[in-house]
Design a protein around this ligand. Structure first.
Ligand code: M6R
Length: 349
């Protein structure tokens, strides 16, 4: 059932071109369309936990850019006790792979009680959140067995992107661009052996810092979460621009810094963060565009992905981070699919 793969997680990472493709197919036509326009709401509040929260963060950047409706993202576990004013003119988007996460469900229910419209984004049809929401959209990723979420993250991205552009007059053009993603994901997966080689150099480290800015910031958070949960190596994801406000104190020759740095609007800024790391003798592993000569010069290791429109970079840059964590955990002989202390579905508060 693992289809020749050593672990479900690896199988699920490799399934992504297909699962993202299947999800896009569900949203290319307008059939799924909701009976409301996202722009009709006063504000959009995205609630989720863990990896689903990271997908929500990426989605918020797309929505801010294309919808011009204020969008906020909050951990569902924080929202519940935070007295956030919510009302009838708010749309709550609750994101959950399982649709059973207690914090996400109860947050959505309380928002609904206060009059908000709840749209959920789930992978499991018929799950509690699916039943409890006003509307549901599905991520057509198929069952995810590995405790570490991988393919559901990229499917959540596909739905969120489709939503963010759904009202645009040239929506079809955006969806066409999105449709080119699965093929490029294949290309990234084709580099798995090289990614493994890079990863194994860092398998014995105790700490790592992951940096990214703009759309790559949530990707950095997601990469660090993957490394923590399956390899038990302490990894911290941070917005690259915030490094100088504290974490820079951690950098010395013992601190590997993984930087997600595609050529996008903040590229130059992130390059100067890389310089700051180098000045303090930190070693830089960068995930960027594969033909990037500048990056090659400043990085100890560069993991390249195909060049793509900046909007779509998270689909590609997250894959090397998933594989990086996987290969390290497997090398350390750990139980990749069932890491200690974790459950696939967290139904306790
Ligand atoms: O089923 P959900 O998407 O609601 O789960 C949320 C988190 O528990 C989940 O993403 C968790 O962080 C994963 N283990 C991450 O890999």
């Amino acid at each position: 059932e693992r289809g020749g793969f050593k672990h479900f997680m690896l199988k699920e990472i490799f399934e992504q071109p297909r699962t993202v493709g299947d999800t896009i197919k569900g949203y290319v036509s307008r059939d799924y369309l909701l009976p409301f326009n996202l722009r009709d709401f006063r504000r959009i509040l995205i609630l989720a936990c863990g990896t689903s929260y990271h997908a929500g963060l990426v989605g918020s950047y797309w929505m801010n850019k294309y919808l011009q409706t204020p969008v906020e993202v909050m951990y569902a576990s924080e929202f519940r006790y935070a007295d956030v004013p919510v009302g009838e003119r708010d749309l709550v988007i609750a994101i959950s792979q399982s649709g059973e996460t207690a914090d996400t469900r109860y947050s959505a229910l309380s928002a609904k009680e206060k009059g908000a419209t709840v749209l959920s984004l789930v992978n499991v049809m018929g799950s509690a959140l699916d039943r409890e929401s006003d509307y549901t959209l599905y991520t057509h990723a198929g069952p995810e067995i590995g405790v570490a979420a991988t393919k559901t993250f990229t499917s959540q991205l596909a739905v969120l992107y489709s939503l963010a552009v759904s009202h645009l007059p040239d929506r079809d053009r955006f969806m066409e661009k999105l449709s080119s993603v699965p093929h490029m994901m294949e290309e990234v997966l084709g580099e798995a052996e090289q990614i493994k080689k890079v990863a194994l150099k860092y398998a014995n480290r105790k700490n790592m810092l992951y940096l990214g800015r703009y759309l790559s910031y949530p990707v950095a958070l997601e990469g660090a979460l993957k490394l923590k949960e399956i390899s038990y190596i302490h990894a911290e994801g941070y917005p690259a621009g915030e490094m100088k406000h504290g974490p820079i104190a951690l950098i010395d020759e013992n601190m590997p810094v993984l930087v997600v740095v595609p050529r996008d609007r903040v590229y130059e800024k992130v390059l100067s963060n890389i310089e700051e790391v180098l000045t303090r003798r930190g070693s830089v592993i960068s995930v960027g565009f594969r033909d990037d000569e500048t990056l090659t010069k400043v990085s100890k290791d560069l993991i390249g992905v195909p060049e793509v429109d900046e909007d779509l970079t998270p689909f590609l840059t997250v894959i090397p981070l998933q594989l990086f964590a996987y290969y390290i955990a497997d090398h350390l002989g750990l139980d990749v699919d069932q890491p200690r202390n974790l459950a696939k579905t967290v139904t306790v508060e």
